[in-house]
Design a protein around this ligand. Structure first.
Ligand code: MG
Length: 179
């Protein structure tokens, strides 16, 4: 089985990276805790005047490199691999951050090891990548073609209203993928 695994919000904790930095830098400003997020894009949950402060965090050098891993993700990736599944990290880079692509590769080297960089697929369009499953936290993964994969939604507070597909986290992935 070939499983494509999204990076931000599934393996690398983009939202924690943004929120921790934001609260550190702006202790006096209002913030939106992860559990209260309703929009997929963090910026959209903030009022207009605060949006630039949010945006500058994920546009900065070092942001992607220093993201913490999502709990259980690294262990699950190695377990999936060791049981014989073909795993690829399938990530769409933020093109407005000029450091993003390199830092995603460096992140994978740091947390998973150099061999995993051969399992990286960096594409703005995931529909042209073939697989049995795509594990992704984005409610709508669109592109130029009808995907060959079935999406499994990685549960996050901002996608909790979506009920059109299977969902999972790294706590229950086995029962979902094997069902
Ligand atoms: Mg994602």
């Amino acid at each position: 089985m070939r499983i494509l695994v999204d990076m931000d919000g599934v393996v690398a904790d983009f939202e924690k990276g943004v929120l921790d930095t934001y609260r550190n830098r702006h202790p006096d400003k209002s913030f939106v805790p992860l559990e209260q997020r309703t929009s997929f894009y963090v910026k959209d949950n903030y009022p207009n005047e605060l949006q630039p402060l949010v945006e500058e965090i994920y546009l900065a050098q070092g942001f992607y490199l220093n993201l913490p891993p999502i709990d259980g993700s690294l262990e699950a990736l190695s377990e999936l691999t060791s049981r014989g599944d073909e795993i690829y990290i399938c990530t769409s880079p933020l093109l407005s951050n000029p450091f993003c692509v390199q830092e995603k590769y460096d992140w994978v080297i740091n947390h998973l090891g150099k061999d995993w960089t051969k399992r990286m697929i960096v594409s703005k369009d995931k529909t042209i990548v073939h697989g049995d499953f795509l594990i992704d936290d984005k409610p709508e993964v669109k592109g130029v073609q009808q995907p060959s994969w079935e999406q499994i939604l990685y549960s996050q507070p901002y996608n909790s209203q979506v009920n059109s597909m299977k969902r999972m986290t790294w706590r229950n992935w086995k029962s979902v993928i094997d069902s």
